[in-house]
Design a protein around this ligand. Sequence first.
Ligand SMILES: O=C(O)CCC(=O)C(=O)O
Length: 378
Amino acid sequence: MKLRLAAALPTIIQCSVRASQFGKMSGKLSRVVRFIRGLLGCARLCPRWCGESTNPVQRGQSSMTENKSPSRLKDELRILLGRIEEVPLSSRLRSLKLLRAYARLRETRLKSGLRAKLVKLLGLLGVCLLVYLARDYYHSVKYDRCLIDQPPLVRQIFRPAEDCSVCRDVKHVEKISNVDPKLFEERYAYSGRPVVIRDATNGWSAMQVFSFAFLKELYEGQDANCQFFPYKTEFRSLQDVFNMSTSRALLQAGSKPWYVGWSNCDQAIGTILRKHYQRPYFLPDTAESEKTDWLFMGSPGYGAPMHIDDVEYPSWQAQIRGHKTWILEPPRECHYSCNRVEVTVNPGEIIVLDTNKWYHQTLIVSDDVSITIGAEYD
Ligand SMILES: O=C(O)CCC(=O)C(=O)O
């Protein structure tokens, strides 16, 4: 008998699972009755019982059971428990074991149901995060300086909190001239305090030479820009910019506005550019102005949106043509201790700004095209 029961154990477990899947009954009681019935059927090693459970007629009976009143179910339960009593002890022990197995199975089912829901929820969150990061990355490629870099969201999350002393005393952007490099080093170069140097481009031929036409000729047939920011325009490359209609390039009435930025890392072009400008005279002797030039060019009413950079060093930018207003906002953690400031940079002036510390936005405010050139310095 023991051997037969042991051999039949898998069938019994299968039956008990089937019994548990019999359909939803009203309340726990009916489930217990149904389950014990299943066990009894299994304990008698009646494989037909299991087969019958899938039979539509049997299912009809089961749904009849579902409609039974609680007192009727209690009676049935009593009878069934009586029958269990009649089953030999070893089989009863097995029934108990089965009951425990059943409980575990139900628990597992519950748990796996919950787990499936959790997996779905996590999947959904993951997809949302991916979409957000993709948008963020697209934005970073479009507007920020580094192509292969952490997306801005990640950068902003892990950006160390700024010491607000960099902006606490800044009530406006100072404009200075005839600057001693020593004083510049002490007061502005690495302090994060923005400043405009008025007489910064004295003697630069760029002031006369740089124009849309000059840059167009320089870049003709060259795909020499390392990074290109189209901002709100439809341009996909610097070549597109230089291929725009003459009327649009000359900002004639009725033409579409435009504003773009790019970095030059073509050595030959860099050498020509640098013939027309020199290293800013106020930079400390020890400071090296980076070799990569950054150029921004465009029409009135346009500019760069508010953002913060993640570049290595502070930057200088010379206004060659046109007038550009800079709107500077302190880092978010310094909102209550620092001010938002604005400054308009005129032709011949250089703005020095740590674009890693200040959120910045620009707007061309002249009727003329704006052309700037700049670089980072260490
Ligand atoms: O010159 C501009 O319009 C924007 C410059 C800028 O965003 C930058 O240098 O990070």
